[in-house]
Design a protein around this ligand. Structure first.
Ligand SMILES: [Zn+2]
Length: 462
């Protein structure tokens, strides 16, 4: 762009000033997942490219990464990453609802998988808990809670948190997920959440909370209030409810309680989701990718905000210049907005089957990174073809293309510097900001700056 005037984008939104350099903090990135070391299902598929993932994030202005700890192992692994990438990687520590079966008497392994050896250690190289809901296989209540074990878990968690270096900036991820009762029963989830909230409340000093709530709003708010007071007046450092996909009323109640709302690709799936995002106050917004999960897909309602200005949503663009995403050929980001550093990038390919059934509703936190990565714990999901968006059979009638910033290849064809198809990573956070800006009708600069300031203030990561 040689012109200094703001570029009008789709939906009447203005792009930031040309001299504005976006800055992002990804508040929820599962960077301790072995997939970022090239390991899928415990098997090496390509070289460790974590450094590349972090460097791509830095190239788009995402200079701070808060790595999610969702179990003992991932919390410890996140701390190791923080030591490896000081001032870039920060961490959280907690027990995710999907990892909460460790509180149950039928759990036969050590709750801290880092302590396991041999076969268990191999099994411990599991991926982060992200998966589609499997409503056909809920673990029902009745197993109860192992209270002696629970005491040990909580005291081990307290030790982990209080002994952690300053890179640990939040307590979490923890909460409730009633969409995914196939990992852990409601009864045990409620216990896990309440027990961790109690610990969070008595820590001195307290930590901000990194919370997860899915299809469990009433119980979620009730337990928070039991731990921190009716107005959460005893919650000293605040907190964020990440990967938000609830209703407008639920979101308003959380904001009224002083909580922040974390938004990622899952928050844009439907028009209803996007209507909720529109109502999030900029003073309560945080951005995340939740990689390797939760990428924004062409089937998402929010996708249209990524389209270049010369394309209107739902228009087919057979005659428009398109990048060769299907073959993974690099396409220089020549689109003006991309030059300004605000363009989205494409990691999804409209011609590739979607591993996870989006149609199962918004309960799932994510679709998979390449064929799913959690063999043992994820329900088998059939590969379903992408819903035909441009109903015509003419292969030239492609969906409108979203400009890509980095080359994208399949993991089998991994190459240095390229993103891996289906493995969401923090550099895509610019898409999240762009979509929020489009939905709210504000500039990306406003979105980026608000989210940065909120995050820096709550988590103290600046
Ligand atoms: Zn979550």
């Amino acid at each position: 762009m040689s012109d200094s005037s703001p570029t009008p984008l789709a939906n009447g939104v203005s792009s930031p000033k040309p001299d504005y350099k976006p800055r992002y903090i990804d508040i929820g990135i599962n960077l301790a997942d072995p997939i970022f070391r090239g390991r899928y299902h415990g098997k090496p598929r390509h070289p460790d490219d974590l450094q590349g993932v972090i460097s791509r994030a830095q190239q788009v202005g995402c200079t701070k990464l808060i790595v999610t700890g969702s179990s003992f192992k991932s919390s410890r692994d996140a701390l190791k990453l923080a030591a490896e990438f000081p001032d870039t990687v920060y961490t959280t520590a907690g027990v995710h609802p999907c990892s909460s079966s460790i509180f149950s008497p039928s759990h036969h392994k050590h709750h801290d998988e880092s302590q396991s050896e041999g076969e268990e250690a191999a099994e411990a190289e599991q991926h982060t808990p992200a998966c589609g809901p499997d409503p056909t296989k809920p673990i029902l209540d009745g197993d109860g809670v192992d209270h002696a074990r629970s005491e040990t878990i909580i005291s081990d968690l307290e030790k982990l948190i209080t002994e952690a270096p300053k890179s640990l900036v939040a307590f979490g991820e923890f909460g409730l997920d009633y969409d995914r009762l196939h990992y852990c029963s409601k009864e045990v989830q409620l216990h896990s959440f309440a027990a961790q909230l109690k610990l969070a409340a008595r820590l001195k000093p307290q930590l901000p909370l990194f919370l997860h709530s899915r299809a469990a709003h009433a119980d979620f708010v009730r337990l928070l209030k039991e731990a921190f007071g009716e107005q959460l007046e005893n919650l000293e450092k605040g907190g964020v409810v990440h990967s938000f996909t609830g209703t407008v009323d639920e979101m308003r109640e959380l904001m009224d309680l002083g909580l922040y709302i974390g938004v990622n690709g899952c928050s844009f799936k439907t028009a209803e989701n996007c209507a909720v995002v529109k109502e999030i106050g900029l003073d309560r917004l945080m951005l995340e990718t939740d990689g390797p999960w939760c990428e924004v897909r062409p089937t998402h309602d929010g996708w249209k905000y990524l389209l270049p200005p010369y394309v209107t949503p739902k228009e087919t663009v057979a005659s428009e210049p398109v990048s060769d995403v299907a073959s993974g050929t690099a396409t220089p980001a020549a689109e003006p907005a991309a030059v300004q550093g605000v363009a989205a990038l494409s990691i999804s390919d409209t011609t590739v089957p979607t591993p996870a059934p989006e149609s199962q509703g918004q309960g799932q936190e994510s679709s998979a990174a390449n064929e799913g990565t959690n063999k043992q714990r994820r329900p088998k999901q059939k590969k379903t073809p992408q819903p035909p968006q441009s109903s015509k059979k003419n292969p030239k009638k492609k969906e409108p293309e979203v400009p890509e910033r980095f080359k994208v290849v399949k993991k089998e064809k991994w190459e240095e510097g390229a993103m891996v198809k289906g493995r969401n990573e923090p550099c895509t956070i610019e898409r999240i900001a762009r979509i929020v800006a489009g939905i709210k009708g504000v500039s990306e600069e406003e979105v980026c700056e608000a989210a940065w300031k909120n995050t820096a203030r709550v988590f103290g990561v600046e």
